[in-house]
Design a protein around this ligand. Structure first.
Ligand code: ATP
Ligand code: MG
Length: 751
């Protein structure tokens, strides 16, 4: 006898149940964060299976990430006693399209064994084409072309479909190179990520029989996070659903945060037009967050003009207010959050202990992670970084570190191999082999080998010149690191120091370095051409790489010299832990979509970081409104505790910069926010670090340092902090409302 079905309907509210049992025809669930959209979608699938309306492989279910797909499958499995086995078409758009395309590859000129290029391969291919077309790569970096082509693919434009007003793209060569690129891919029996969808859309549009087959096969279609679909995905879905129209989409226009990657929130707003007679279900009860957290999130998103507007309520308690705190700088912010996490873990403020797995730090830009990683490693707090490598494992950070290592020691052959042709110096494999052979046969390190190759004329021409420059640079940086040789004994004759023999003459020694190790690091990155290499890239991810480089330089601030820093990093790399056990999660706001955590920290709420500088520079509100939706996504990830923080000073490229609290902070309704006094100030709410500093200012180098700074400097005298202080005194409510609408006006005019 089959195991009894689990009563999945009883855990739902009326509106959710309606969306679950209304199996036929188009259904749209348009509702705010945490209202149980994903839960309802999951139950709907369980219902389809339990009622035998469809077999597992007749259901097409699209999620935003592979992780979400796995979780959904597990949940359906437990709701149906394992009937979900065989749900072959549950996955991301890409994962599903790969499966389809393998079956029909020949229709677009590919074999079913086609390979999928990663972004590096894609770029290499494009570079070859750009070179063959004799285009100035400096002015028109191939990465830029990659970005343009991706954008077109997201819009489902084959080369022949790119509209005329885009024809000027990439110096007027965009479309031509796009055509050539598609041809190259075909010759190689390959496709890129964008192609997976584009090819399937093309096949559906040109082969009615194939489309009809799929339309019949997928009896039911379900899509989560529909607000973030791009045009190609939208077309693909619409084509598939056109037969039976059994399509159920769920989403939230307020959580549309991938506009920069081609997502069109209009897709969700148009649903009722695309599918006339659609059953629209609105959910208003939020089950995730406490009242204060919801109130704070609502206040922020309210400031957006372009939205449908929805109300959310919770039947649960108000809970703790959203906590807001300003810090002196980013290191202090990381330190404070580390302490907070540890006290939450132990149980604080009369709360039950919260495991680390239930806490997350959500950052706007991945370079913000560095300060937290450093801090957590120092205090031994386990953490995991989701959605990307840890800071010190990132490509650009490792490149830069290789330069630093060489400045410290020219014996570091691995570092030399890494950077000899990064940025491009015209040194191909052959040149590198020559250097290696020369070094080996002379028993010297690669830098020395390179020097011999240049001097002996083994490597000539452009590459030779560039190599000479590199070697000279390495000598210069090494010299700057050690300081100039100064004469100790004035009266003595000049003795030349013979380093190789290990005998340093007594008369001379290295004086103090003329520049700090931070200045040196900047100099190395500049003079080596590495910073310029990323500045010249006009691709979407280049600014992020530059920010990481700046953050790397900032990290040096905490160390006395470059050597100490390099040691610290090598220890970090050693400590890299497995991704299991009880750990705090560090991830970007974008990556956190759909997730929930009992305690959430949202650091770096400063204008220029969040909202990002780019969104503020843009004309119009589009970018800013997308940032605001991201703020809404961030706050609504929190179940019970939400802490927002900002700093007065940030180190940008080794220089202090005064920061203004984010304009989004002004939009947080006061009644839902508790402004905390930073540690060491005004005797208010102290974090543990502040407490320690108060009790014994000399007990901890860092804390007493903070104490000094607080005492001596006008730490919290930044205009932004003053504004906040004023605000927290601006009660009662009627007054604060006024001040709120004023700040919103200000925001509108200044953006
Ligand atoms: P988001 O917009 O952030 O993706 P969502 O609308 O998909 O949110 P879910 O993740 O499905 O929301 O649900 C949020 C939380 O509320 C989950 O922990 C879920 O288990 C719970 N939940 C959903 N519906 C109910 C309900 N009817 N009764 C109790 N808890 C519920
Ligand atoms: Mg969801």
């Amino acid at each position: 006898m089959a195991a009894p079905a689990i009563d999945y309907l009883s855990g739902l509210n009326d509106a959710q149940r309606e969306a679950v049992v209304q199996l036929n025809g188009p259904v749209l669930m348009l509702a705010g964060a945490g209202t149980g959209k994903t839960k309802a979608l999951t139950c709907r699938i369980a219902h389809l299976l339990a009622t035998k309306s469809a077999r597992p492989d007749e259901i097409l279910a699209v999620t935003f990430t592979n992780k979400a797909a796995r979780e959904m499958k597990t949940r359906i499995g437990s709701l149906t006693n394992g009937v979900s086995e065989g749900m072959r078409w549950l996955g991301t758009f890409h994962a599903i399209c790969v499966k389809q395309l393998r079956r029909h590859a020949e229709l677009v000129g590919l074999k079913s064994s086609f390979t999928i290029l990663d972004t590096d391969d894609q770029l290499r291919l494009l570079k070859q084409l750009v070179r063959a077309a004799d285009i100035d790569e400096k002015r028109w970096p191939p990465r830029m072309l990659a970005g343009i082509i991706d954008g077109w693919k997201n819009k489902a434009w084959m080369p022949s479909q790119v509209p005329v007003d885009e024809a000027s793209a990439y110096d007027g060569m965009g479309v031509e190179l796009y055509t050539a690129y598609q041809q190259r891919l075909k010759d190689l029996n390959a496709c890129d990520f964008g192609d997976l969808l584009l090819h399937m859309v093309t096949i559906f549009q040109t082969h009615a029989d194939v489309l009809e087959n799929y339309q019949r096969w997928y009896k039911y279609i379900l899509v989560d996070e529909y607000q973030d679909t791009n045009v190609a995905q939208y077309l693909w879905l619409r084509l598939l659903a056109q037969g039976h129209k059994n399509i159920c989409c769920v989403g939230d226009d307020d959580q549309s945060i991938y506009g920069w990657r081609g997502a069109e929130v209009g897709n969700i707003l148009r649903f009722e037009k695309d599918f006339p007679g659609a059953h629209v279900v609105r959910l208003e009860q939020n089950y995730r967050s406490t009242g204060h957290i919801l109130g704070a999130a609502a206040g922020v998103i309210d400031a957006n003009r372009n939205r449908l507007g929805k109300t959310l309520f919770t039947a649960g308690e108000d809970g703790e207010q959203v906590r807001l705190i300003g810090h002196w700088d980013g290191e202090e912010e990381a330190r404070w959050i580390g302490e907070e996490i540890e006290s939450l873990q132990r149980g604080t403020r009369g709360l039950d202990p919260i495991p680390l797995n239930s806490m997350a730090i959500l950052v706007r830009a991945s370079h913000q992670m560095r300060a937290f990683e450093d801090r957590f490693l120092t205090i031994g707090l386990p953490y995991r970084v989701i959605g990307g490598p840890r800071f010190y494992e990132r490509l650009e950070v490792r490149d830069a570190m290789a330069y630093f290592r060489l400045a410290v020691s020219q014996d570091d052959d691995l570092a030399f191999e890494r950077i000899v042709n990064t940025p491009k110096r015209g040194l191909g494999d052959k040149a590198v082999q020559t250097i290696q052979m020369t070094a080996r046969s002379n028993g010297v390190n690669l830098v020395e080998g390179a020097r011999m190759c240049v001097e002996g004329g083994l490597i000539k021409g452009k590459g030779g010149n560039a190599l000479r420059e590199l070697v000279q640079g390495l000598d210069r940086w090494n010299q700057k690191l050690r300081g100039p040789l100064v004469r100790v004994n004035e009266n003595e004759r000049l003795v030349v120091i013979d380093d190789d023999a290990g005998s340093v003459a007594a008369e001379y020694e290295y004086g103090p370095p003329e520049i700090t190790h931070i200045e040196l690091a900047e100099m190395i990155l500049d003079e080596s051409g590495y910073t310029g290499h990323w500045q010249n890239m006009k691709t979407p991810e280049a600014p992020g790489r530059l920010e990481n480089l700046k953050e790397l330089v900032n990290a040096l601030e905490n160390f006395e010299n470059l050597q100490g820093f390099l040691e610290h990093v090598s220890l970090i790399m050693d400590n890299a832990k497995e991704d299991e056990g009880d750990m705090v999660t560090i991830m970007t706001l974008h990556g956190a979509k759909g997730l929930e955590f009992p305690a959430v920290f949202l650091p770096g709420w400063e204008d220029g970081i969040f909202p990002s500088q780019r969104s503020m520079d843009e004309s119009g509100l589009k970018g800013l409104e997308e940032e605001r939706r991201l703020a809404y996504v961030g706050i609504t990830r929190a179940e019970r505790h939400c802490t927002i923080s900002f700093v007065s000073n940030r180190l940008i490229f080794g220089r202090w910069q005064s920061q203004m609290p984010s304009r989004f902070i002004d939009e947080l309704p006061e009644e839902h926010v508790e402004v905390l006094t930073p540690p060491g100030l005004y005797g208010g709410n102290f974090g543990a670090a502040g407490m320690a500093a108060q009790a014994n200012p000399a007990s901890d180098g860092m804390a007493s340092d903070l104490h000094e700074r607080v005492a001596s400097a006008d730490v919290y005298n930044s205009p932004g902090w003053r504004r906040l202080q004023q605000r927290s005194q601006q009660r009662p409510m009627s007054q604060s409302k006024e001040s709120r609408s004023m700040t919103i006006d200000m925001t509108a005019t200044s953006s």
